[in-house]
Design a protein around this ligand. Sequence first.
Ligand code: ADP
Ligand code: MG
Length: 687
Amino acid sequence: MRNLNEIPLTEVKGIGEKKAEIFKKLNIQTVEDLFLHIPREYEDRSFVVKIEDIALFKRNTIRGRVKRVTELRPKPKMLITKALFSDETGSIMLIWYNQPYMKNNFRDLSKEYLVSGPVSFSYGELKIENPEMEPCGKEMVSAGIIAPIYDLTKGLTQKSLRKTMHDAIKEYQEDLENFIPEELIQKYQLYDKKKAIREIHFPEKQDNAVVARETLIFEELLLFQISIYLLRENIQKRDGILFHAVPEEEIFLGNLPFALTDSQKRVLQEIKEDLYSEKRMNRLLQGDVGSGKTVIAMILLLICAKNGYQGALMAPTEILAKQHYDNFIKYLDGFSLEIRLLVGSMSAKEKNEVKKGLLDGSVDLVIGTHALIQNDVEMKACGLVVTDEQHRFGVFQRYRLSSKESKPDILVMSATPIPRTLALTMYGDLDISTIDTLPPGRQTIDTYLVSRNQIDRVFRFIEKNVALGRQAYLVCPLILDSENLENVISVETLLQEVKRAFRNYQVGFLHGKMKADEKNQIMEAFQQNKIQILLSTTVIEVGIDVPNATVMAVFNAERFGLAQLHQLRGRVGRGSHKSACILVEGSGNQDSVERLKILTMTNNGLKVAEMDLERRGPGEFLGHRQHGLMEFKVADMMKNTDFLISTRKEAEYILKEDPPLKKPKYKKMKEYVFRKYRQMLGKELLS
Ligand code: ADP
Ligand code: MG
């Protein structure tokens, strides 16, 4: 048996280095990756029709022979190849453009083909343009079957991918093993692995593809759950660092312009119990937007540094990292700490300097983005790693920083209220602390729902606020206009309207495609009220803190998840001024209206979550698939909730029954999990 996740794609027949590079763009590097690149959908081409029965303007599959081939050159650089194709009931024209080699395929007119493609009719002629075509007889991968349709990338066609898949399955099917224990395959009526892979790619019947998919989802989630359990065990059984209380904590709290809320005090206490014990901390700090998680992180990192260890704070965006950094510098002034920023847009020289300081121990605290988990970042004595807005990072990414020599405590912070089922999966490896109240004196944010023909009113409302010296965020789903999405307003379009309407104010804009430098400049200008109105895509979704901003207007709000909108709403109401969130509904769809209404009913993130979940299920709630959730190749955390629950239950049972996974029935599963996560994490975490 060969381990398919260790066989590089280049070993597959017909795949050289060049082709492998193309596959890499789809994240396919091994035979296993290839097998788990599952079809987006299928097209049933197993039903062959006679030419006289062809359905116009639809995809048809027909069987027959080429009668004659002609080439036309209507323009110097254009070649049209036409093949007259017939069966016993009629004829149709097959047409290709600029494919000079095509003609040579039809030297032997006695060959029978299956042809598939959308049929059209013009100038009295039935035709199929760019048909998919295969000689009858040998194993067919495109025309006479229920054909898989894959996500592609430049340089790959459906046909060539199908061919590769077909060949690879043939070559490697004997190496497909059941990682799911036999009894669970029975219990859940799944396929064995070999059948699952075959039927997901080339199903005999449509129904088979469904069971095949269920099998692969179950397998992926079961393996995931098992590894999460093992990770947690492994982290907890290893000693962490024993921190001691430091006098600086009191001083810091005394300097703060506010007192911690009871909720903050409680979580701080919970977390400190981890710090001051030998137990290694591995904890999630949950708290609604604006509940004051940052200051908790600051206190913990201060304790860490004053114990002589280094600490890191990792944020999902550069803007946020920069903002944290500025705050740390401000609040931790006078504690003689060396605090540094490390983000991707810094020059190599600047980065190297910080890295050097981390390695020799002269930097106490580092704040940064993904740049922190690059392989060349190493710390002399890392004691605590805090990641902010965790849902943007993958479950396994958060161990990257810690899989070095030291065994830092780990704290992840998230503002997305997560329903329990999901929390157990996303954070199944973590203990959880929750800040459940907001700081006192917070104004409730009034939330209004308006339709797009009320934009004038929205503008007047903004005008009123900026005239009072306040600032406003305007958020759109797109940067540029899109032809496909007619009713969706873009930053580009809105910017023109806003500039016209607000001539006396400074208007700025921000989007994800801008350079980090530019973004920072704009954010800084907004922070200093040099810009009053800021248009943006959702790059400002997480964490930004500008207390003087009092209006958050979201255009085409129906295109966002409620959790996202709640995050956006959390950008205002941060100071002492009355704030408002305006949701502009752009589709007129009653269902969208009803959903958005939830936000007007409550300011409480968890309540929003619960209500939305009741209506829709988790997918809609969290919005588009977010990066942190994309560790799965087949499963979709948002859609496969039932599988999440069942696999979790089974994983729990398995590890209770046989914690070391010694029984033969778990052998394959154990080997796989260990192998896979060793690849991902380095040897250290699973031993
Ligand atoms: P989040 O939990 O969303 O990350 P932040 O940490 O950004 O929230 O805090 C939001 C704002 O509330 C910040 O301006 C912060 O200084 C302030 N804040 C935090 N704790 C308190 C408190 N106990 N009393 C008053 N203001 C607070
Ligand atoms: Mg925050």
